[in-house]
Write a protein of this length. Sequence first.
Length: 363
Amino acid sequence: MSRRKKQDMTMLLVILFLISFGLITLYSTSAYNGQVKFHDAAYYFKKQLFATILGAVLMCGISRMDYHIFEKFAVSGYICSLLLSTAVLFFGDSYNGSKRWLSLGPLSFQPSEFAKLVVILFLAHIVSSRKKKQTGLGTLIFVMILILPIVALVGTNNLSTAIIILGIAVIVVFVSNPRYLPFIWIAVTGIGFIAVFLSMESYRLDRLKIWRNPEQYEKGYQTIQGLYAIGSGGLFGKGIGQSIQKLGFVPEAQNDMIFSIICEELGLVGACILILVFLILIWRFMVVAAYAPDLFGSLIAAGTMGHIAIQVILNIAVVTNTIPNTGITLPFISYGGTSILFLMAEMGIALSVSRCQNKSSCI
């Protein structure tokens, strides 16, 4: 039992470090924009701090629950996600050209963030309930058919999140039945899906052109400035709060491009340490998945691992111009109340799985 507690504490400490580091970095990155736009240097920080505190309370509460409770709401949660994602298409608010937000009075949130969480629960429920019926490719096709509606709805305005959902599905099915051949089919399907969505809107094809030659296009300005920030940081960086590129050169630096400011202020060494912390968290999810008391719990941990890993990789790849700009945030670090709330809830469920090594240990 003591070994189990130590493992739980490792995951919890890593999460607390990431959210603390995220708040510090967010204030450093957003102070200039907050002062210019709202005459309050702490504007973005205060909003993020409020969401983080709510998320931390939510995480602590969920972590003390039996995660099997959430299986009862997996299907209804998925249906709710479909409805919310559909509502975005008709009633969503646009920001920087992307229609991803729903407003409920003074509050607004991104249904796509909710979709990531419920897809993990939904897939874990579906795959674990079909344990005796699994046939590798058959299960994969069945899962893909089930999540195709949410992928299509989310992908209409948020291709990066749709890719994350597809990645989660692949990892969940692979963990439940690790055969390699079916995943050749999913690779072909995924490439086809991306090709179709790229061709549906001309601006997505424009992003490919900007990615290849960002210096030749006006919309490549953000990418170029982000690369300047990374390069100017050198090995050890300029120091926290000393970034030049955040002073209006990198647009909305507190959002998707925050990793470039981290590189500028903390250098290559600081960026590598942050990546190492993410790797430790991913490793913890792998351990939890291996020691989970049942397949449902194991798939939750595996799906959460896939979510974090894919999103971190995509964000860093975008910032370094390794892939075209997709508008994806860096978990725990980038600004976004909806993102941190649902992310902390997801961490709470993962912590709950780690607590329930056997049924008698669930509280």
